[in-house]
Design a protein around this ligand. Structure first.
Ligand code: FCB
Length: 463
């Protein structure tokens, strides 16, 4: 048998990549990116509604007003998921859909929507991983300072407890917050995400508040008496100095690593913040977050799994961006549709580094995947060879890490559908199912079928 992409090899050269029998395979998506129905069923406005409705923020001028229209199509979508044999679905709740003002009145129509989705998943034998926060903060809370206001810990606690109470009987696994670095730095440091602030000190304050919100939601979950698991979803990247022999590049890479990775993982796993990075920032004039007694204990809760989102590695050179004076460089490796470099080995290096540094008891890859410019061909099919190569080679790295005893329990492809890719809009396609945004027609791509086979066989053959 020949390798499908390269045409090389024979039966002898093919290797079987088998996964543990209880390995969790799944697909992921997020509320604002798929739901649409942005002002339906009593939903409140989110910061992403506001951000997208303000011209100039989204590259192609699109919004998530309709997106994949999952708000109306969830039943058909879940049936398709079942048909494709995907046993786990990871998605988020839109906070303003269930509590329009962020605190106060609970919107029963919003609760009903998620109860319907969860019930439909159960009826189709699909387990749920439900994220409390995937960036669509109620606009009303933004007007009170949003993540900048320490009161958000109480707002989030109330939101989490409300969700445990209203949906807890139907949810299999919970995830507190998604990608704390993105919320903090893309939203408040560099202004490319809602709410669009550009202030490094603010980003650090937000980081601390997001970490606290995570801790408070875990604590509330333990107090709720619900069974099931709870974890967090952190985006991390293996950081390398551009020139491994340059002391300046190494120092810059260390600073970048602190901002992206240890600022979130150290408090979660060790109950501390990276002091060297903080000391460095103070010298640059950055204001550190207000850390109060009890904060670090609240963040450092026992979690059932550590959710890792990873797409690429990061190469850093000295110079450039204040206050880190470190900047990412493109090393000339192949890039996917949105410009992210393709280098599967970085995924393996990262898994090893997380395991060596933090010894998490369970890791779940909660996002991994690739964007490519896919279209429906005349014969009605969508071939996405780049995604196939990407997924297969990243899974090989995961397999290698498993073989070395790294406790990886599951893998979720980002994303089930093409969807609204934040500041990039609708033109960046991450789905294994193609979505035609004019007709909303779904077409499973070649990768969707490949992934079905991987799940069915609990592995794959490749060179
Ligand atoms: C992650 C986000 C997800 C999607 C992918 C491509 O950072 O969590 O919503 O945008 O990247």
């Amino acid at each position: 048998m020949k390798d499908i992409e390269t045409g090389m090899g024979d039966d002898k050269a093919m290797k079987k990549y088998e996964f543990p029998s209880n390995f969790t395979w799944g697909v992921a998506a997020g509320s604002y990116q798929i739901e649409g129905g942005w002002n339906e069923g009593g939903k409140g406005e989110s910061i992403w509604d506001r951000f997208c409705h303000t011209p100039g923020h989204i590259k192609d001028g699109t919004t998530g007003d309709v997106a994949c229209d999952f708000y109306h199509t969830y039943e058909d979508d879940i049936r398709m998921m079942k048909k494709l044999g995907y046993p786990n679905f990871l998605f988020s709740i839109s906070w303003p859909r269930v509590i329009p003002d962020g605190i106060g009145i609970v919107n029963q129509a919003g609760i009903e929507f998620y109860r319907n989705v969860l019930t439909c998943l159960r009826e189709n034998g699909i387990k749920s991983y439900v994220v409390l926060y995937h960036w669509d903060l109620p606009q009303k809370l933004q007007e009170r300072g949003g993540w900048m206001n320490r009161e958000i810990i109480g707002w989030f606690d109330n939101y989490a407890r409300t969700m445990y109470r209203e949906l807890g009987d139907l949810v299999d696994n919970w995830i507190t917050v998604l990608e704390p670095w993105v919320i903090s730095f893309l939203g408040h440091g560099f202004g490319v995400h809602a709410p669009g602030y550009q202030d490094y000190s603010s980003a650090l304050t937000v980081a601390h508040h997001v970490n606290l919100a995570h801790g408070t939601a875990v604590k509330a979950f333990r107090e709720s008496g619900l069974s099931g698991n709870i974890g967090i979803k952190v985006n991390m990247s293996m950081i390398y100095p551009e020139d491994p022999n340059s002391a300046a590049d190494i120092a810059a890479a260390n600073r970048q690593n602190a901002e992206m990775n240890t600022l979130f993982c150290d408090p979660i796993f060790k109950g501390t913040y990276p002091q060297e990075y903080f000391d460095y920032l103070v010298k640059q004039g950055v204001i550190l977050p207000d850390i109060r007694p009890g904060d670090m204990e609240l963040i450092c809760q026992d979690i059932d799994f550590f959710g890792l989102n990873n797409y690429n590695g990061t190469y850093v050179k000295d110079g450039g961006r204040w206050p880190l004076y470190a900047s990412g460089v493109n090393t000339g490796k192949p890039v996917t549709q949105n410009g992210w470099e393709y280098e599967p080995k970085c995924f393996y290096d990262l898994l090893k580094s997380i395991n060596d540094t933090y010894h998490p008891k369970n890791i779940i890859i909660t996002e991994n995947g690739c964007a490519s410019n896919d279209w429906v061909d005349d014969d009605g099919t969508v071939t996405d060879p780049i995604r196939l190569i990407y997924l297969r080679n990243y899974l090989k790295m995961l397999h290698k890490a498993l073989g070395e005893g790294i406790p990886i329990k599951g893998y979720f492809v980002w994303s089930l559908w093409d969807n609204f890719e934040w500041a990039e809009g609708l033109s960046i396609r991450f789905g294994i199912i193609h979505v035609d945004y004019n007709t909303l027609k779904r077409t499973p791509k070649a990768s969707a079928n490949w992934y079905s086979n991987v799940i069915r066989n609990n592995g794959f053959e490749s060179l």
